[in-house]
Design a protein around this ligand. Structure first.
Ligand code: BEZ
Length: 393
């Protein structure tokens, strides 16, 4: 072959290669869109919680110009209905049919445990933006599973100390019979009984049942010094209203994990007045970071944020940290994980780091309802770390 033929052929090959590249703009310009599977409740008693999480998550991405680690984000959404029996199918569809790169979910502890099992088996990155199931950062922990929220143990444990210090001796607990309720009560009982109190009766009903009347009659008959409870979402609204309507608010002080009054105060009105709860967020932190977040959220959604919005926002912040470290290549699992493990997340709740089992180590606030706000009363527990029992990483 003559040298002029060789030149012609190599020019043609170069032209072909260039046109092939321009036919694949995503590859030429970098990585394709990152597919985020949002598995949250959009119906049922936890619907408002799912929406607030999505709002918070999207807000952080919008603040970053729509990209994390240089990649645009594409969402695939599933309404998990807070139904653990559908969770394994739902999460498998997101991974196998929709090929998501990351899973964000969910609110309900039973759903989150099913997600964690599949995430652990497949190695898919999972960030839990609410569900507190202790097992997720306990026996089910894994290097690819992170939580931006809390463990059920944390607010319960903090409140047990508060109630014991108030001098209450005899407490009745009431909650839904599933992991979140059971573990919140267990955390409360651990510190309350260490502080000299006694849980004399543990009442419960199936999730998401809200027929409280018979149980409220039992509380009145038991005459405890105080009641501790875990309810959230629509169920929390009904419980607080029924407790007041039964005349118990005036006679037996009610304490709760903060979900009892978060995102619910418009609907609870005066029946929630003065209630004391413990949580990793409050409406009146009045820090520059939280004020900026609250302003930005209110502008974007014409709504006030709540703890669920914060947890969604921080799930996106954690994802952003990991993706920035690997320049968008989430396949670089070790570097992605190490970056999140080492990060201090600049949360509206106050900065937090992750424990060895990937749960936030954070201040738990004592809040008191005043008007439409969960006002900061004090720090109930400083830098409280879930013990991560059973986690082997
Ligand atoms: C849970 O199921 O873990 C949960 C649900 C709502 C609020 C808090 C915890």
């Amino acid at each position: 072959m003559s040298s002029s033929h060789k030149t012609l052929i190599s020019r043609a090959v170069a032209t072909l290669a260039l046109s092939a590249l321009s036919a694949l703009p995503t590859l030429a310009q970098g990585l394709p869109k990152l597919k985020v599977g949002l598995m949250l409740p959009y119906t049922g008693t936890y619907a408002a919680l799912g929406n607030a999480i999505e709002n918070g998550f999207r807000l952080h991405i919008a603040e970053q110009g729509g990209k994390l680690g240089g990649r645009e984000i594409e969402f695939v959404k599933v309404d998990d209905e807070s139904d653990p029996s559908k969770a394994t199918d739902n999460v498998n569809k997101l991974i196998k049919r929709d090929n998501v790169d990351v899973l964000i979910g969910s609110v309900h502890s039973g759903v989150a445990m099913a997600m964690a099992k599949v995430a652990k088996d497949t190695g898919t990155v999972l960030i839990v933006p609410n569900a507190g199931a202790d097992a997720v950062t306990g026996p089910m922990c894994a290097s690819n599973i992170f939580r931006s929220s809390f463990s059920n143990w944390q607010p319960g444990y903090a409140m047990g100390e508060v109630v014991a210090k108030k001098g209450h001796k005899k407490v009745v607990t009431i909650t839904w019979k599933y992991a979140a309720g059971d573990e919140s009560i267990r955390g409360f009982k651990e510190s309350f009984e260490k502080g000299g109190g006694k849980v004399v009766k543990e009442l419960n009903l199936p999730f998401p049942n809200v027929e409280f009347q018979a149980l409220l009659t039992e509380i009145a008959a038991a005459k405890p010094d105080a009641v501790y409870t875990f309810f959230a979402g629509g169920g929390a609204v009904k419980f607080v209203k029924d407790y007041a309507a039964a005349g118990l608010k005036k006679t037996i002080p009610l304490y709760g994990a903060g979900f009892l009054t978060d995102g619910t105060l418009d609907a609870q009105g005066a029946d929630a007045a003065d209630l004391l709860t413990t949580l990793h967020y409050a409406d009146s932190l009045n820090t520059p970071r939280d004020n900026a977040f609250r302003l930005s959220y209110a502008k974007a959604y014409k709504l006030q944020p709540d703890v669920y919005a914060v947890q969604g926002y921080d799930a996106a912040q954690m994802l952003a940290v990991g993706l920035a470290a690997v320049k968008g290549d989430i396949g670089k699992k070790a570097e992605f994980t190490t970056a999140i493990e080492k990060a201090k997340i600049d949360s509206p709740r106050g900065p937090f780091t992750l424990s060895r089992s990937h749960n936030p180590v954070q201040d738990i606030y004592l809040r008191q309802v005043g008007g439409k706000e969960n006002k900061l009363a004090s720090i109930a527990s400083k830098a409280l770390a879930d013990p991560g029992r059973g986690c082997r990483l």
